[in-house]
Design a protein around this ligand. Structure first.
Ligand SMILES: *Cc1c(COP(=O)(O)O)cnc(C)c1O
Length: 337
């Protein structure tokens, strides 16, 4: 089986397992785990922020960020096709955290409409603005540092903070050939995932000002998010950060796979959207529904995931080699003959 459903399934490297075995640990709930502290310092430095907070997942890091930024009943400007809105639903559920969503629209590449963003800031009384980079739902497309700065400039005029869901920000940095800190300099807070393309087994990190992270630490504790000897997993995260450049292999594999299947008339792919490690495929011309398509490919040995009613995605990652890419392309073309 070639598993192209997600980059979350990536397995830790031998080097990660070795440093995990030997990690110096403490009790991070009491702030005394030196390896977690080291990962947080390193993250703050790479992201150009004063401080950072290690969380067990990206979902936890985003929830901690949002709950720290805004109170129950306050409004958040967001794309309905973002991970925060579509997957981290407790934020917006009245029975849970009761924050309110105000939507801006985005174009087919995921770029937010500036007029919508401005309207939310000026007329809809939002207290927080959220963006995502790379944009998972749109096929892993990137926002540039300049684009992000333009939105943030509008928000700052009205003292509205900006949170960036940077689960795959390292993919954006590699694609844009930009430093991560350049992509995050205009946002107030940002979270990124260690456990996707970077290959670590567990964890995400939230970065922001010292004052914000002090508050966020209390939010994490309130949510039961404090871990104890978490230096064991943080140690793998430190290795993952050192290897971030390897993401360029996933991107070239995505291009390779795209080129091998793009000619097929039964599927449609917007080639401009393939910037990082995700290929989003429109299957509506195949004559199959999603279930038939996904199950059919599974029989050919390729696992893929649905994005919405008419799209599936292929995600390239560390455990997919160039040979796998060739095999996956053959299987897909055989299936779509
Ligand atoms: C994966 C992901 C998250 C959440 O991360 P988990 O560790 O799976 O909770 C948040 N935002 C985006 C864009 C993601 O892709």
């Amino acid at each position: 089986m070639i598993d192209l459903r997600s980059d979350t399934g990536t397995l830790p490297t031998d080097e990660m397992r070795e440093v995990m075995k030997n990690a110096v640990v403490g009790d991070d709930g009491r702030g005394t785990d030196p390896t977690v502290a080291k990962l947080e310092e390193l993250s703050a430095e790479i992201f150009g922020k004063e401080a950072a907070l290690f969380c067990n997942s990206g979902t936890m890091a985003n929830i901690v960020a949002v709950l720290t930024h805004v109170k129950r009943g306050e409004r958040i400007g967001i794309d309905p096709n973002s991970h925060i809105y579509s997957s981290e639903t407790s934020i917006f559920m009245e029975d849970y955290f009761g924050r309110k969503a105000e939507f801006y629209r985005a174009n087919s590449m995921g770029r937010p409409e500036m007029s919508d963003v401005r309207n939310l800031i000026e007329r809809r009384q939002i207290q927080l603005l959220c963006f995502e980079n790379t944009l998972g739902f749109y096929g892993g497309t990137c926002l540039t540092a300049e684009e992000l700065a333009d939105y943030c400039f509008e928000a700052q005029k009205h003292n509205i903070p900006v949170h960036l869901d940077g689960a795959r920000i390292f993919n954006a940095a590699v694609h844009l050939n930009e430093k991560v800190s350049e992509l995050t300099k205009s946002v107030d807070t940002v979270m990124y995932c260690l456990s996707k393309g970077l290959g670590a087994p567990v964890g995400s990190v939230l970065c922001g000002s010292k004052e914000f992270i002090t508050q966020a630490r209390k939010t994490r504790k309130a949510l039961g998010g404090n871990m104890r000897q978490s230096g064991i997993v943080a140690a793998a995260g430190i290795i993952a950060l050192q290897d971030a450049d390897r993401l360029k292999d996933d991107h070239s594999h995505a291009q390779m796979l795209f080129k091998a299947i793009a000619h097929n008339p039964l599927i449609r792919i917007n080639d401009a959207s393939i910037q990082t490690n995700i290929i989003k495929i429109d299957i509506s011309t195949s004559g199959m529904n999603l279930r038939e398509f996904v199950n059919g490919l599974k029989k050919e040995g390729v696992l893929v995931k649905e994005v919405d009613g008419q799209h599936i995605r292929l995600v390239l990652h560390k455990d997919i080699s160039t040979v796998h890419v060739g095999e996956a392309a053959d299987s897909i073309n055989r299936f779509l003959k």
